[in-house]
Design a protein. Structure first.
Length: 254
C-alpha cells in the first residue's frame, strides 16, 4: 500500500467527496472500461456507444444496451459501496461524484450522488424531452409512448458533453471539500479527470484507491494499492457502522 498514512482517517475531516470510477464496481463483478478485460477492449464504441451509432441503427444500440443492463442487473453493490453510504449517514457533509452508470451508490444507500455520466436505469427522448426511470432489464419498450421516437439511454456516450447542471454541482462539491477520495478511476476521462485537481487547488487532502498506478497518481497525497472494500475499511475506522447494510432485494431510485 504505497504512501499509506496509518494516522489518516475519514473521521478527521468534515467535507468529504468520494470520486468513483469503474474500479469501484469491479468487486461487484462489473467489468471496467479501459483496464484489463475492459468492455471497450471487446466492443467497438463506434458501433454501440455514440450518437452516430444510435442515429444509424437504434435497434442495434439497444440490443447492446440491454445486454449491459442484464449483466448489471445480476450484480449487487459491494461492501465498498456500503461503507461510503455509512460515511454519508455518519458524517455531516458527504458527496459522491461518480463516473459509473450502474446506480449502485444509491442502491447501497447513498443519497447525495452526482452521476457525471448518467444512469443505466434512466432513458430520455430527445425528440419530446421526456425522461423515464426504468428497472427493466432488458427494457422491453424502447420507444417513447408520447411521440414514438426511440428512447435514448440517458448516459454520456463518446462525443457527448456532460450535463451542465450535474458537472456544476460536482465542481461545487470538490471546491468545498477538505478530503477527496478517488476510487477506481483511470484519471484520463475528461472533464471528470480535472475534479481532483480542483479539490487539491482548494486545499483538500487527496487519497487515491486503485490496485494499479494511474496517470494521476502523482497528484495524490496518499495512494492506496488495494480494493475499495479493503482500503475503505481502514479509512473508516472510528466511525459508527451500527446501521444495517443495504438490502439486496431491490434497486433504489437512480
Amino acid at each position: 500500500m504505497a504512501g499509506v498514512s496509518t494516522d489518516l482517517r475519514i473521521k478527521d475531516f468534515s467535507r468529504i467527496v468520494f470520486f468513483t470510477g469503474a474500479g469501484m464496481s469491479a468487486e461487484s463483478g462489473i467489468p471496467t472500461y479501459r483496464g484489463k478485460g475492459g468492455i471497450w477492449k471487446e466492443y467497438d464504441y463506434n458501433r454501440y456507444a455514440c450518437q452516430e451509432a444510435f442515429d444509424r441503427d437504434p435497434d442495434a444500440v439497444w440490443e447492446f444496451h440491454n445486454y449491459r443492463r442484464s449483466l448489471v442487473a445480476q450484480c449487487t453493490p459491494n461492501r465498498g459501496h456500503e461503507l461510503i453510504a455509512m460515511v454519508e449517514r455518519t458524517m455531516p457533509t458527504v458527496t459522491v461524484v461518480t463516473q459509473n452508470i450502474d446506480g449502485f451508490h444509491q442502491y447501497a444507500g447513498s443519497k447525495n450522488v452526482h452521476e457525471l455520466h448518467g444512469s443505466l436505469w434512466r432513458v430520455r427522448c430527445d425528440q419530446c424531452g421526456n425522461y423515464q426511470r426504468t428497472e427493466m432489464a432488458p427494457l422491453e419498450e424502447v420507444t417513447c409512448m408520447a411521440c414514438h421516437a426511440h428512447w435514448r439511454p440517458d448516459i454520456t456516450w463518446f462525443g457527448d458533453s456532460l450535463r451542465h447542471e450535474v458537472l456544476m454541482a460536482a465542481t461545487a462539491a470538490v471546491e468545498q471539500a477538505d478530503l477527496l477520495i478517488a476510487i477506481g478511476t483511470s484519471g484520463v476521462v475528461m472533464p471528470a479527470a480535472v475534479l481532483p485537481l480542483i479539490a487539491k487547488k482548494g486545499g483538500a487532502t487527496l487519497i487515491e484507491i486503485n490496485p494499479q498506478e494511474t496517470e494521476m497518481s502523482d497528484a495524490y497525497d496518499v495512494t492506496l494499492r488495494g480494493t475499495a472494500t479493503d482500503m475503505l475499511t481502514i479509512l473508516t475506522e472510528g466511525l459508527d457502522d451500527s446501521l444495517p447494510q443495504a438490502a439486496a432485494d431491490g434497486r433504489q431510485g437512480t
